[in-house]
Design a protein around this ligand. Structure first.
Ligand SMILES: *Cc1c(COP(=O)(O)O)cnc(C)c1O
Length: 441
């Protein structure tokens, strides 16, 4: 049935006002009171609330230790250091991710080798990553991209066989599940952002989780001087107690920890509601040409977590080659917010190619390498195509069926009437997507 597309002057598919269905984060009176309590006690720089938050987080995550950081970026740097990443070492990280999955390695003297992502999961491709392991590889950073649980069983098998650590970056996928286990408790260590845009949003903050005491203590030694004391068990570290050996200060602001305790308590219920809403959205689009849900198959023992930066997959070949750019223009005209692309592949950015950050006389990426491991345009063909194969989808926080149906209709209407758009298709610009998604207020 040909319906007139809004972009060609027809009526919009989305008519009902969104209300608060997209609002995030949800800040309750209880969260406000918790933050005020910290302010009124003047306890912003303390650690009493933070330690309670860590205990609760570790229990929720199912790991022995949880260590709070000022940001997710710092937590990931701590995870890398905890895994033994030092000067000259390599990590392997997907190219399609937020920069903080990889960049903290530079400050440790290490470097990064980027791996391809799988075009269906948008997570690191296990086969490709194995090919990139060298004698200098210390750790693999696995990103559960846009909420999708990476194939952890396969990745852990490779890592254990090759004696390499796995760092899970759970910044997009709090509460997700892989192989029946909660993301963030499967790898050797995990790091995650808890900043305001993420699905578990506490303000600014990050968390590191692990079962391994030594990893925990090395991560702590970098930037938690006030806790780098008598109860440290790692022999090698004992001689340095009292000062942060990284020269960083990574303590979490206690307004964040106080809000975090409340957000964590409410999180499972909110995540379940998001899951229900997003699954309803994608169920409605089942079978629509050219578009595919970005979620694991049912019965796979895997489940999305939080759906941060939710995206869909695009298969232009099913739509006569219609560009993602024109497709998204048409969906947006229907009153549904979407945009083409996701994270621009990191290996294309000059900071990974030419930037001499620390004045070593050569680009930081290869400052301590025996070979030139830089990856020029064309070297990661799958990753470079991903932006033209993805688009953002609405992130529903409540399962209000009528609103979700209208948004799903916007996508279906455009997909089913794609032929009407082929003539006016401007094609894609040279780059799609951005280096990050969050827009600051
Ligand atoms: C947001 C994010 C981070 C960094 O977290 P911050 O709290 O912003 O420092 C790291 N990795 C990924 C994948 C992210 O999306």
């Amino acid at each position: 049935m040909a319906e007139k597309l809004a972009v060609l002057g027809g009526p919009k598919a989305v008519q009902t006002p969104a209300g608060n269905i997209f609002d995030w984060p949800i800040v309750t009176q209880e969260a406000e009171d918790a933050a005020l309590g910290v302010l009124r006690r003047g306890a912003m720089s303390g650690t009493d609330v933070t330690k309670k938050f860590e205990d609760e987080y570790a229990a929720w995550q199912g790991t022995k230790y949880a260590l709070a950081f000022s940001t997710g970026t710092a937590a990931l740097q701590g995870a890398m250091y905890g895994c033994g990443v030092r000067t000259g070492d390599e990590i392997i990280c997907p190219s399609v991710t937020y920069w903080a999955s990889a960049m903290p390695v530079f400050s440790l003297g290490g470097t990064v080798v980027f791996a391809e992502v799988d075009p269906d999961t948008l997570c690191i491709d296990p086969k490709d990553l194995e090919r990139r392991i060298t004698k200098r590889t210390k750790a693999i950073v696995v990103v559960h991209y846009c909420g999708y649980p990476a194939p952890m069983a396969e990745i852990m098998e490779i890592a254990n066989r090759r004696k390499i650590k796995v760092i899970e970056d759970v910044s997009h996928a709090h509460g997700g599940v892989s192989g029946g286990r909660k993301l963030g408790s499967i790898g050797h260590v995990s790091g995650m952002s808890l900043m305001s845009g993420k699905s578990l949003a506490i303000g600014e903050g990050g968390m590191l989780c692990t079962d391994d005491r030594e990893t925990y203590e090395y991560a702590l030694s970098l930037g938690h001087y006030e806790r780098f004391g008598a109860d440290i068990q790692t022999e090698e570290l004992k001689q340095f107690l009292g000062l942060p050996i990284g020269g960083y200060k990574y303590r979490m602001h206690q307004c964040s920890s106080a809000v975090g305790r409340v957000q964590l308590k409410d999180y499972d219920a909110r995540n379940a509601e998001i899951l229900k809403a997003m699954n309803y959205f994608w169920d409605l689009l089942d079978g629509a040409p050219g578009i595919r849900a970005h979620r694991p198959p049912r019965g796979s023992g895997a489940e999305m977590g939080g759906w941060y930066a939710a995206h869909g997959l695009y298969r232009a070949e099913e739509l006569g080659g219609l560009s993602i750019t024109r497709f998204c223009q048409a969906v947006a005209a229907e009153g549904c917010s979407t945009g083409p692309g996701c994270n621009i592949p990191l290996h294309l950015h000059p900071v990974f190619n030419t930037c001499d950050i620390y004045g070593a006389g050569k680009p930081t990426r290869i400052a301590h390498s025996r070979r030139d491991l830089r990856q020029p345009p064309g070297s990661l063909p799958v990753s470079e195509k991903i932006p033209a194969m993805t688009y953002s989808v609405p992130w529903f926080k409540f399962c209000r069926q009528n609103i979700i149906e209208e948004h799903a209709n916007a996508f279906r209407k455009v997909a089913e009437n794609y032929k009407l758009l082929l003539d006016s298709d401007p094609g894609n610009p040279p780059t799609l997507g951005g280096w990050h998604f969050f827009s600051h207020r």
